[in-house]
Design a protein around this ligand. Structure first.
Ligand code: ATP
Ligand code: MG
Length: 415
C-alpha cells in the first residue's frame, strides 16, 4: 500500500508568507475602497446549476466550452464551480427579489475555478474581487465603477504602469452592424486564420479581435472598427463616460479592438493592463452587460461591473513583509507563565499586537525574541525569588507604545 502524500491539484496554490500578506492587503484595500463608494457586500455560493453559467456566458465562449468545472451531484443534477461572479449575482438578483434595491451596488471576493493551462498568473483556482451595479442604465454607473477601480489601483500603490484601455461596443444595433462587417472582412481571409478563429467566424466574430494567436493578429489591425457603426445614442453614451472619467481625473486610452467576448455586452468595455506581468497582463476587466438578465429569463435590466484577479494584483504589489509584532512577551521562568498570558491578553485587548514566547530553553527565550524582532520586548523573570518585569524598547520613536509598556512595568512591580 502506498503511503505517499497526495499532491495539491495542478493549478491550485497554497499561499503563504509575504505572498499571503500581499493577497490580504489587496482584499483589505478593496474592502475599504468599496465602502467609500457605498457598494454593499454580498457572499455568493461557490457553485450554481450549470445553466446559470451556460445561459449567461453563452455556449460559444471559451469559459463555457472549455474551462468549466462541471459535475453531477449525487442527486443527478449538473452543477458547476463558479468560473466568475457576475452570473451568480445576476441569478440572485432575479431569484431573491433584489430588484427592490435597484440600482443595486454590490461587491464581493472569493475563489473561482477554470480549467486552464496553469502558468504564472493563470491558475485553475484563482481569486477575484468583483463589483457590480445592477439596474442602472446611465453612463454615470460606468464612470463610478471605473473611478473606483482607478482609486483601488492607486491605493494599492500599483497604478504606475497600469493603463485603462477603454472601448465601446455600442448599443444592440451598432454592435450588430459591426458584427456583420467583421464577418464579411474575416470571411475573405478565413483560410489564413487560426482554427479557433475560423470556428468563431460565424458564431462570435468579435472574439477574433481578442485572439492571442499570431496567425490572427495581422488581420486584426485592419479590421473594421466599431466607430464606423456607432449610432448617435451610442456615441453620446460613450462621450458621457469619457467626460466623466476626465472630470474625475482618471487617465484612459482608447482601445478600438478591445472586446468582451460575451454576447450580452453593450456600450462600455474596459481592461486595466500592464506589461509588468508578461503574458498575463490584464489585471482588471469589465463592462456593461445590459443583455444578461434577459438571457437568464428576467426582464431587461441594465447592469455594469468589473472583476480583477487578486493573484495578479498581489504580484504587482510585490513582497509584502509580514508586520513585526508590537510586543513580544517573554516568559523567562515557567512559574510566570500565567502572568505572561495575562500581560499578552491585556495588550491585545488594547489593540497592541503581541506574541508570547514561553517555550524552549528558558535561557534562550530572550535571545529568541530579539531575533524574531518586535517594536518592544517585555520580559518576565524571577529575581531573587520575586517576580519582575522589564521592557526593552526596540524603537524609541514609538513613544505611545513605550509609555504604555513603562506603565505596565510600574504597575507590575507595584504589586
Ligand atoms: P484572460 O484574458 O487573462 O484569460 P479573462 O478575460 O478570461 O482573462 P475575466 O473573465 O475578465 O478574464 O476575469 C477578470 C480578471 O480575472 C482577469 O483580468 C484576471 O486578472 C483574472 N483571471 C481570469 N482568469 C484567471 C486565471 N485563470 N488565473 C488567475 N487570474 C485570472
Ligand atoms: Mg480567460
Amino acid at each position: 500500500m502506498s503511503t505517499q502524500t497526495p499532491q495539491a491539484i495542478r493549478g491550485t496554490q497554497d499561499i503563504f508568507g509575504p505572498d499571503a500578506e500581499a493577497f490580504a492587503f489587496v482584499v483589505e484595500t478593496f474592502e475599504r475602497v468599496r465602502k467609500l463608494y457605498r457598494f454593499r457586500r454580498v457572499e455568493m455560493p461557490v457553485f450554481e446549476k450549470t445553466a446559470v453559467f451556460s445561459r449567461s456566458l453563452g455556449e460559444t465562449t471559451d469559459v463555457v466550452s472549455k474551462e468549466m468545472y462541471s459535475f453531477e451531484d449525487r442527486g443527478g443534477e449538473s452543477l458547476t464551480l463558479r468560473p466568475e461572479f457576475t452570473a451568480g449575482i445576476a441569478r440572485a438578483y432575479l431569484t431573491d427579489g433584489w430588484q427592490q434595491y435597484a440600482p443595486l451596488k454590490v461587491a464581493t471576493h472569493g475563489p473561482l475555478f477554470r480549467y486552464e493551462r496553469p502558468q504564472k498568473g493563470r491558475y485553475r483556482q484563482f481569486h477575484q474581487i468583483d463589483a457590480e451595479v445592477i439596474g442602472a442604465g446611465e453612463p454615470q454607473a460606468d464612470v463610478e465603477l471605473l473611478v473606483m477601480a482607478d482609486q483601488l489601483l492607486k491605493e494599492l500603490g500599483i497604478a504606475d504602469g497600469v493603463t485603462l484601455q477603454l472601448n465601446t461596443l455600442g448599443d444592440g444595433a451598432s454592435r450588430e452592424a459591426w458584427r456583420t462587417a467583421l464577418i464579411d472582412y474575416f470571411r475573405a481571409v478565413k483560410g489564413e486564420l487560426s482554427e479557433d478563429s475560423q470556428d468563431r467566424l460565424e458564431r462570435n466574430p468579435l472574439r477574433i479581435l481578442d485572439s492571442k494567436d499570431p496567425r490572427d493578429k495581422p488581420f486584426n489591425a485592419d479590421a473594421p472598427r466599431i466607430d464606423d457603426f456607432l449610432s448617435a445614442e451610442a456615441q453620446d453614451f460613450f462621450a458621457k463616460v469619457t467626460s466623466g472619467l476626465d472630470a474625475a481625473g482618471v487617465a484612459w486610452t482608447r482601445a478600438p479592438a478591445l472586446v468582451r467576448g460575451l454576447d450580452y455586452y453593450r456600450h462600455t468595455a474596459f481592461e486595466f493592463v500592464t506589461d509588468r506581468l508578461g503574458a498575463q497582463g490584464t489585471v482588471l476587466g469589465g463592462g456593461r452587460y445590459d443583455g444578461l438578465m434577459e438571457a437568464l429569463g428576467g426582464s431587461a435590466t441594465p447592469a455594469v461591473g468589473w472583476a480583477a484577479g487578486i493573484e495578479r494584483l498581489a504580484m504587482l504589489v510585490g513582497e509584502k513583509g509580514e508586520a513585526k509584532a508590537d510586543v513580544i512577551v517573554v516568559v523567562e521562568d515557567d512559574a510566570l507563565l500565567t502572568s505572561g498570558i495575562a500581560q499578552a491578553s491585556r495588550l491585545r485587548r488594547e489593540g497592541v499586537s503581541a506574541e508570547l514566547v514561553a517555550s524552549g530553553s528558558a535561557r534562550k527565550r530572550f535571545d529568541k525574541a530579539v531575533k524574531m524582532g518586535a517594536n518592544a520586548i517585555l520580559a518576565l523573570a524571577m529575581r531573587d525569588g520575586t517576580p519582575s518585569m522589564r521592557f526593552r524598547a526596540e524603537n524609541e520613536a514609538l513613544t505611545a507604545l513605550n509609555e504604555r509598556l513603562a506603565a505596565l512595568v510600574a504597575d507590575f512591580s507595584g504589586k
